[in-house]
Design a protein around this ligand. Structure first.
Ligand code: 7RM
Length: 651
């Protein structure tokens, strides 16, 4: 990491966009400055005006911000709207035959959905959910691959006011069960399987395993058939999507809900305890999802927008399932992986569907960069006009490759900093902002980002510290599902101060540009996925032979961070083949408990963890060991310095 920080901090190139690009965008640098000024003068008025302009309200709101129960802020409280109406129905008059979704499957199969077809599908499925007894406010789990039916299911929930919680298809049965139980869901939507990289993966089996113990409140499982695989269907509980939908009407009257009605929960890792159910609103959430698709990606009528994120992550909510539709754009969904049938797949998809705006993660860029420029050069990428990144800091080398090889030095790189909890982009350039490789540039208008010192004092000027957001904004997290106290203590830890504390450290340079340095808490960022070290540690400790475990991140050139585990066994440390076998077993154990993304890359064994005399695990030391660097820190406070030698051997 330290090397990365250095290379970021010494980066001083500035990329001014060409006049041609700038003139194609509806807003100028001056317009954006004027918006910033408006927002600074009247924060609530600024957002309220946009909410009236950009969204369709069944009942207009009169209250902009209600902060009477801060930090549980409410926006547009007395207004009513329907998110699905805003994403679909309002475009039907002018865009009913326009493509809403272009889908390419793993095997290259293609499907198209116009706005009218999407409407009919969403209505049929909304009617189906209601026929299955789902009502406004009920929680529905969606455990599906990247296929249009996942978006149809999300939109159908929004249409009836049900609260969905999408669980990433790569999570294990155990992780799925925790989320079903925490959300108190009564229905699960899944598929028999999914296709990725030429293989089929079963999802229904994980649902069956999850529901085997507990989850009594789940009365129905709707199964969409994506593959030819036969899966067991539980009599009385499971129902085939197509059969359930048969005879349902293509019309459904959207249910108007309060602006604050929860649109969805999305579970995300924190530094302690179980994943948190991040609760988002309807009106405020949609406003920022809508605006940032317009502002950052400039989506117009002839654009084809491709965000490669899975619907299981927040990016797949704001930039696949909701935002692009709210602005009436055409968006592409892809079921497969970047490297199948070869590492040119992303570029082939861009070429074949005329993608104009492409949004992906630095980990994907770094992985594809390894294959060189020859592969992308075989495809016609001339339609691309904007490139976006999200998920972790992008190192200037990857930025330059993306800019030169993919964007042919023509496309601005829109580096978007935000979080599950922020709902939408917070710090990001507009397609007219001068760019610096590795910086997400400046906060968007209406977002008051600040840098704090350890005591919570605001730092001004060219300084680094803790990133925080000073004023509430419409798409902010409303609560941790069922846990007010955790919401307050995690995000508003500075007593008596209004700051939403992000958990990242950042540096602001002399031009007011932000450089995100990484997490300050025990959260890892593996391939852009947030994983709590605690979760992985608990998974390891639940193995019968593990007594104690500590997990840290170490830099990884493709994944950003790799998972390094330090394990104390309650049996003798095995040697030779037996040791290799146990390492493999523990890796698979973590995959089963959480999901393959959380598998430790390295596992080391010792007879104890390095602890201070007061019993605190010295994570800083473990990070040094994980990196393979020499220990220069003071180890004199260690309870037992000899165990460092044990851990220096990698299994
Ligand atoms: C959208 C998303 C959030 C964490 C965040 C950061 C890191 C995300 C960037 C970034 C540097 C970026 N949601 N992060 N985007 N760091 N530059 N452009 O990723 O909840 O899963 O993760 O990801 O640490 O706090 S998330």
């Amino acid at each position: 990491m330290s090397k990365n920080i250095e290379s970021i901090l010494t980066e001083s190139r500035v990329f001014e966009l060409s006049d041609e690009i700038k003139s194609g965008f509806g807003l100028s640098v001056e317009d954006i400055d004027a918006m910033r000024k408006d927002a600074a003068e009247d924060h609530v008025g600024f957002w309220s005006k946009l909410a009236k302009e950009k969204l369709h309200w069944n009942k207009p709101f009169t209250v902009g911000l209600d902060d009477s129960n801060a930090p549980h802020y409410k926006w547009f409280t007395d207004g009513e709207l329907n998110v699905s109406y805003n994403c679909i129905d309002r475009h039907l008059e002018t865009k009913s035959d326009k493509l809403a979704i272009i889908f390419e499957g793993d095997r290259g199969d293609v499907e198209h959905y116009t706005y009218k077809e999407l409407h009919d599908n969403v209505c049929r499925f909304a009617n189906t959910l209601q026929a299955q007894g789902v009502e406004k406010g009920d929680r529905v789990i969606i455990y599906m691959p990247m296929i249009p039916q996942a978006v149809i299911a999300m939109q159908a929930c929004a249409r009836i006011g049900a609260i969905h919680s999408v669980v990433f298809g790569g999570f294990s049965a155990e992780a799925l069960r925790d989320r079903i139980e925490d959300a108190g869901a009564k229905l699960v939507i899944t598929t028999n399987g999914s296709r990725r990289g030429g293989k089929t993966i079963s999802l229904k089996h994980a649902v069956d395993d999850a529901l085997e113990k507990g989850c009594e409140q789940v009365k129905r499982v709707i199964v969409y058939r994506r593959t030819d695989d036969e899966v067991p269907m539980h009599e009385g509980r499971d129902i085939d999507w197509m059969e359930a939908e048969a005879g349902m009407s293509n019309y459904h009257d959207p249910v108007a809900v309060d602006a604050e009605h929860p649109l969805f929960l999305l579970y995300t890792s924190g530094s302690t305890g179980k994943p948190k159910g991040v609760q988002h609103s309807s009106g405020g959430y949609l406003l920022n999802a809508h605006l940032t698709n317009e502002w950052m990606f400039d989506l117009n009528d002839d654009d084809v927008f491709w965000c490669t994120a899975d619907v299981g992550w927040i990016t797949g909510h704001s930039y696949v399932a909701y935002g692009p539709l709210s602005v009436g754009a055409t968006m592409l969904m892809f079921e497969g992986v970047p490297t199948y049938p070869d590492a040119g797949r992303f570029w082939q998809v861009c070429q074949d569907h005329g993608v104009t705006v492409f949004y992906t993660a630095p980990t994907a860029i770094r992985a594809l960069m390894k294959f060189g420029a020859d592969l992308p050069n075989q495809y016609d990428l001339s339609k691309l006009r904007l490139l976006g990144t999200v998920g972790e800091p992008i190192n200037p080398e990857a930025w330059m490759w993306y800019h030169d090889v993919i964007g042919k030095q023509r496309c601005p790189i829109i580096d978007t900093w935000w979080q599950t909890e922020t709902g939408a982009h917070m710090i990001a350039p507009f397609p007219v902002t001068p760019l610096k490789p590795g910086s997400c540039t400046q906060p968007i208008p209406g977002i008051d980002a600040v840098i704090l010192d350890e005591e919570g004092n605001e730092l001004h000027g060219n300084e680094g510290g803790l990133l925080a957001i000073k004023k509430p904004w419409p798409s902010m997290i409303r609560n941790v599902w069922g846990d007010d106290e955790r919401y307050r203590s995690t995000y508003f830890p500075l007593a008596g101060k209004p700051y939403y504390v992000v958990g990242d450290s950042a540096h602001r340079d002399e031009d007011g540009y932000f450089w995100i340095l990484g997490r300050v808490d025990d959260v890892l960022n593996v391939s852009g996925h947030r994983l709590g070290t605690m979760e992985i540690e608990s998974a390891l400790v639940s193995h019968p032979q593990v007594a104690e475990a500590a997990v840290v991140g170490r830099p990884h050139d493709v994944k950003g961070e790799a998972v390094a585990a330090f394990v104390v066994l309650n049996v003798d440390i095995p040697e030779g083949d037996a040791r290799d076998k146990l390492v493999q077993e523990l890796r698979n154990w973590v995959a089963k408990e959480i999901g393959p993304i959380a598998k430790p890359d390295d596992i080391r064994f010792g007879t104890n963890l390095p602890k201070t005399r007061s019993g605190k695990i010295m994570r800083r030391l473990l990070r040094t060991i994980a990196k393979g660097e020499e220990i220069t820190q003071d180890t004199s406070t260690l309870e037992d310095p000899t165990i460092l030698d044990q851990f220096q051997q990698k299994a």
